[in-house]
Design a protein around this ligand. Sequence first.
Ligand code: NAD
Length: 317
Amino acid sequence: MGTGGIAREHAGALAQIDGTEIVGVTDAVASAAEDFSSKHGGKVYANVNELLADLKPDCLYITSPNFARGEGERAALKHGIPFFIEKPMGNDTGMLNEVASEVTKSGLMTCAAYMNRYREGVNKVKAMIEKEPAILGYGGWWGGSPGNHPWWTDKSKSGGQMHEQCTHTVDLCRYFFGEPVEVYSAGVTGFNKGIPNYSMEDASTMVVRFANGGVVNLMSSCSSNAGGGIFLNIHGLNHNYKFSEWRHDVVIKGKDEEPVEISAEPDIFVIEDTAFITAVRTGNKATIRSDYADGVKSALITIGANKSIETGKPVAL
Ligand SMILES: NC(=O)c1ccc[n+]([C@@H]2O[C@H](COP(=O)([O-])OP(=O)(O)OC[C@H]3O[C@@H](n4cnc5c(N)ncnc54)[C@H](O)[C@@H]3O)[C@@H](O)[C@H]2O)c1
């Protein structure tokens, strides 16, 4: 459900997994669903409930934008269909907590689209951090000024860049540090000019404290036109870990040791989708590294950060 950019990415990945077929599609814009169907297959339906009732597919991909969440998850719950859902899980705390509670009660298989959790380098670092706790992290997601976009630039829909993109980095910090206790954030506006329907911060920074005693500072920018990037640096007592760019290549450096680099996988969506499809096929959730309720915990951090920007105060998580 939702047949835009990321749906096409998953369609391409699923085409590389034997025995998968897109059997139905739905989108708020009928012509978008028709266009997707003509390229990737699937019967077009007016809405997700009709699709699930008619086809009873093995699973559902919820790839609509995060402002449009809730309908697909509730339909999947009603029809007992396992679902994969894009990040962030949604924008509304009430809906997120309600659906997470229903999903957990039902035992329905779900997968949250935090694909970096499937990377070898990320899991090597996680294993090392389990032995030697992470103390400090700093990272960010820096891009240039956006152009005209149907929903991304509208903070009431996307939740802003911290919530919509930097969520990947926030989720990795949860993967490494454990659960958070508090977030504080500050944002700036007024530098980007003349962008239609633009209401997000031009840049923001957030500090998250974790129950393990560690702390991270994550920075988001959509006004860094001379260059930016995606990065996350973490250190423990005797090790530093430096992740760089969208691929999350990582350099691991121990005290008095030579650095070791682990290059990231180029086909991460195939790896992530294989983990979910394997779980659906076997009925065993072991291959899934983040489910819906877990993904909600990452969304609540950036929702808290947005609240902190509004109030100027730290927000307990
Ligand atoms: N995992 C990743 O790295 C990654 C990358 C890109 C996007 N995403 C996420 O995927 C989601 C979609 O992003 P996108 O870039 O594909 O957006 P997009 O704008 O390219 O496509 C969204 C599609 O959803 C449709 N849509 C809107 N409201 C709908 C509704 N209520 N029901 C059904 N369809 C609806 C739109 O008509 C459009 O066709 C976002 O939440 C985004 O954060 C994740």
